[in-house]
Design a binder for this molecule. Structure first.
Ligand SMILES: Nc1ncnc2c1ncn2[C@@H]1O[C@H](COP(=O)(O)OP(=O)(O)OP(=O)(O)O)[C@@H](O)[C@H]1O
Ligand SMILES: [Mg+2]
Length: 251
């Protein structure tokens, strides 16, 4: 089932850059969909549209629709705070708060009014388990988060995005700068998470795209060139431009 349906989405920044051009795409529930392609293709721009982070940037014009559970989230009447709770995001560089590991996770919940210790403890454990970090940090939850390794900080950020129980998780190159072991842990966490969530990943390499994608979308200069099941797209792409990129002939 498609959780998200993108219909003829175009976006132009105020400097005139056309970053998305007539993109139409269905995003399946309980699957990992990767958006890949060379720099400047519009991948991050599309991710930011999905939780309306582009509201904060210089957008000159946009058109088209993004339906999440049938509701057009680009409608100005949409409650953006509620949308961002439903559609969580993890960025390339982990930004942990200068607080303890536990507080990094409870902060958002406390802001949302949760004060019950039991509920907070439950949420901390659940989100750390989902992000495949629990075993590594369970005995030092009150230590500063900043003392964690880069790979652990990235999984803490993933856990933080899960604490508010989103339905969709957007990840923009979440493993860039991580060693292969940490990268592997994040990738396997995603494979677990997809049982319950809809995951959209901009991978940091074609290899990662091929390893993780249930579905894959290839973007070139704002256009969706090809979309399909990961397995077939990475082995037998239909478009010459996709094939050239995958085999390293450009980009
Ligand atoms: N805030 C902005 N203002 C103006 N132009 C922007 C802005 N953000 C992105 N762009 C432009 O939009 C185009 C798409 O950028 P985007 O960051 O979405 O690409 P990307 O596919 O994520 O690239 P990368 O692989 O380098 O992260 C580029 O030409 C970029 O210069
Ligand atoms: Mg990007």
């Amino acid at each position: 089932m498609n959780k998200i349906v993108i219909e003829d989405l175009s976006l132009q920044y105020s400097d005139g850059t056309e970053s998305l051009r007539g993109v139409s795409l269905g995003i399946r529930q309980n699957a990992v969909t990767v958006l890949f392609g060379p720099a400047g293709g519009g991948k991050s721009t599309l991710l930011r549209c999905l939780n309306r982070l582009n509201d904060l940037t210089e957008v000159k014009a946009s058109s088209g629709k993004i339906l999440i559970d049938g509701e057009n989230i680009l409608d100005p009447k949409v409650d953006v705070i509620a949308l961002r709770r439903k559609v969580g995001m993890v960025f390339a560089r982990p930004v942990v708060l200068p607080l303890s590991i536990r507080e990094n996770l409870t902060y958002g919940l406390e802001l949302a009014g949760e004060r019950r210790r039991v509920k907070l403890d439950e949420a901390v454990e659940r989100s750390l388990r989902l992000a495949a970090l629990y075993e590594e940090v369970k005995d030092r939850l009150d230590d500063p988060a900043i003392a964690l390794s880069g790979g652990q900080q990235q999984r803490l950020c993933l856990a933080r995005s899960l604490v508010l129980q989103p339905e969709v998780i957007l990840l923009d190159e979440p493993t860039s700068g991580l060693d292969p072991i940490s990268t592997g842990k994040v990738e396997s966490a995603l494979q677990e998470l997809k049982q319950d969530y809809t995951i959209i990943l901009v991978p940091h390499s074609i290899q990662q795209a091929a390893r993780t994608a249930d579905f894959a979308a290839f973007f070139l200069q704002g256009e969706l060139i090809e979309f399909g099941e990961g397995k077939s797209l990475f082995t037998t792409p239909k478009e010459k431009r996709t094939e050239d990129y995958i085999t390293g002939r450009f980009g």
